[in-house]
Each structure stands twice: as C-alpha cells, then as structure tokens.
Design a protein around this ligand. Structure first.
Ligand code: PEP
Ligand code: MN
Length: 356
C-alpha cells in the first residue's frame, strides 16, 4: 500500500479530468508559444513538450535539448500554464528542475529500464515534492511498471501518477500501441489511489483515434488525458500523424462526456453513444485485420503443403457454429450469415493471392 499525495496538476474542478496537452517535441520558441497560447485559450492548464526525444533510430529529430527548457519557462510566464517534460537521465532531471519545470514524466523506453529508473529516482530524492508521471513500459509488463513507481516512492516521492500509452507489438495494427486495458486497471487495483492518465496520442498513433480512445478511457474511470497538440501538426518534427491543432483538441474535449460519480444522467447523451460506436467500430476493424493476417498465414501453410485454399467442410462448420453462437446472443442469423460469408470470401481471396 503506497501512501500517495495528489499530483497537483492545475486547479481541477471536481469530476473534471486532468488534461495535459502540448506538442510531442519542443521545436522552436515560436512553435511552443503559439501552441501554448492557443491551448491556454482552450482552458488547458498544463503544457507538455518533449525536450529530449528517445527515438527508435538515430538520425531522426532527437529534440533540441536543454535549450528548450528556457522556452518552456517563457510559456509559463506568458500563459500561466504549468509545464511538463520527459526525463530519462540524471542530467535531464537536474536541468529540468533547475529550469523550474513543474511536472516530469518518465517515458515508456525508460520506465522499463531499472538502471535508468534508479538513477532518476536517486536524483529526484533531493526534490521529493516533484510530481512525476510514469508511462507504462513498452512491453506489457505490469511488474516493471509497478517497479518503476516503487523506485520513485522509495526515494521519497509521493506525488506520483501513471500514464497508459499502450504496448508495443510487432507488425502493422490499427493502434500504434495496443491498449490492453486490463493492465492499467490491474495497476490501479494494485496501487490504490494512484491517479492514471490515458495518452490516446501514443496509443492510437492517429488523429482520428484520439476522440474514441479518450472517451473510452474516461468511461473506464481514468483520471485524465495527456494529448499531443501542435500549432501545425503536418509540419511537426516528430509524431506528426498523431498530433492535432489546439482548435481540434478543443472540439474533442467539448464533445467528450465526463462522467460524474454523483449522476448518471449524461450516460444517455447521443455523443456518448456515438463515441462508443466509434470505439467499437475501431475494435471491429482491428479484429478483422488480425483475422486476415491469420488467414494469410494459413494461406502460406496451405501453399507450402500443396493444399487447396477452400475446404468446404471447414467452411460449413464455421458457418454453422458461428450462426448458432450469434443466435444464442439474440442476433439475427441471416445477418450473421452474410457477414461471415463476406469475411470468408475475402479470406479466400487473400489466400489465393498468396497461392498465385
Ligand atoms: C512522448 O510522450 O512524446 C513519448 C515519447 O512518449 P512514449 O514514451 O509514450 O513513447
Ligand atoms: Mn510523441
């Protein structure tokens, strides 16, 4: 049982989520200030910007480094927002704290590295009031995530929070990082009272997934969102596919339905139901995509074994079983038959392509 204090990010109204927004990376003083001013106008109180960027391969934009800390300070002075940045080493923490950054976050490539976590925790021991948000590690390892939080806790930090940014998987998927919602839920069960934010930008990796993922997280009871926003997303030097303008962010936040623990009236709202549909349709797409990947794998196997693509008995069995299961769920069997026939037809087409 960890005795935690509030992470103290902004003056939150009761039942309103914490919202942190800002660009993936700090690129120039103008980009930061333009973005921050527009976000402040949308009521955002905490501004994020990556100063040191952990990139998969060398040669991509790795952040401008400590120089940008002064720009963050300027944002704070001119907009009154709190500032947040990512730290991964002793030098980052020292520089960020000296520059007056209000909130630190630990990235997914760092939280899964016990040496780096211990180094960061050791240096933060001299500033135990610092709020620190810990992203989940890249791989779905709950114990590593908990371990990262424990290292900070053992160093005396109490203003801790977690960020769910999804888990890395091999191959092209709908989500840039798989949500695996049961892992953050289990984290909150294991560390009672731990505030948890959702990062729909890195989860989805695409602008259009930000709204449904945000709604899903809020519906599940997440305490807030951290969303990447850039004044000119198409020209962003990192993560441009997932960044949105402050105006678009404003529209998304306005349309989200915030659950109030004292009332369930807004559950009925049309926006809320539509958001559920958006989320479920995305899930459906993801499942169909994964099913097609397995079909192609089967196609490769059949080709290697010299087997024909269609086995009528297997097709018949699938149809009968699934239609019965659908009926048991109260669904229309004719509808299910046409859906399954379409899926099967596409699977066969894909397997034939391989067999060509
Ligand atoms: C980020 O927030 O810009 C970032 C690098 O995130 P993650 O550690 O989740 O990849
Ligand atoms: Mn990013």
């Amino acid at each position: 049982m960890l005795e935690l204090k509030p992470i103290a990010v902004g003056d939150r109204e009761p039942n309103k989520p914490y919202i942190i927004a800002g660009p993936c990376s700090a690129e120039s003083p103008e980009q930061l200030l333009t973005t921050a001013t527009a976000l402040a106008a949308q009521g955002i109180e905490v501004f994020r910007a990556g100063v040191w960027k952990p990139r998969t391969k060398p040669g991509s934009f790795e952040g401008v480094g400590a120089e940008a800390l002064e720009w963050l300070n300027q944002v704070k002075k001119e907009t009154g927002m709190l500032t947040a940045t990512e730290v991964a080493t002793r030098e980052h923490v020292e520089a960020a704290l000296n520059a007056g950054v209000d909130i630190l976050w630990i990235g997914a490539r760092t939280s899964g590295n016990p040496f780096a976590m211990q180094e960061v925790a050791d240096v933060l021991a001299s500033a135990p009031e610092t709020p620190v948000l810990v992203k989940n590690p890249m791989n779905p390892d709950l114990e590593l995530w908990i371990g990262a939080l424990q290292r900070l806790y053992n160093a005396g930090l109490r203003r801790l929070g977690a960020i769910h940014r999804g888990f890395s998987v091999y191959g092209e998927q709908l989500y840039r990082n798989q949500p695996q919602w049961r892992i953050p839920l289990e984290l909150c069960r294991r560390i009672a009272g731990l505030p948890i934010l959702c990062d729909p930008s890195h989860l989805g990796g695409k602008r259009e997934l930000i709204a449904p993922l945000s709604q899903h997280a809020l519906d599940m009871g997440f305490d807030g969102l951290i969303i990447e926003s850039h004044c000119n997303p198409d020209c962003a030097l990192s993560d441009k596919e997932q960044q949105i303008t402050p105006d678009v962010l404003g529209v998304i936040l306005e349309n989200l339905v915030y659950r109030n623990s004292n009332s369930s009236a807004d559950y009925e709202s049309l926006n809320h139901l539509r958001s559920q549909i958006d989320y479920l349709d995305n899930e459906l797409l993801d499942v169909l995509n994964r099913r097609m990947q397995v079909s192609r794998e089967i196609g490769r196997y059949k080709k290697a074994q010299g087997m024909p693509v269609v086995q009528a008995s297997r097709y018949d069995k699938i149809m009968n079983q699934r239609i019965k299961a659908a009926e048991a769920l109260g669904m229309n069997p004719d509808f299910m038959k046409s859906v399954l026939a379409a899926i099967h037809e596409e699977s066969v087409r894909q397997q034939l392509e391989i067999a060509d």
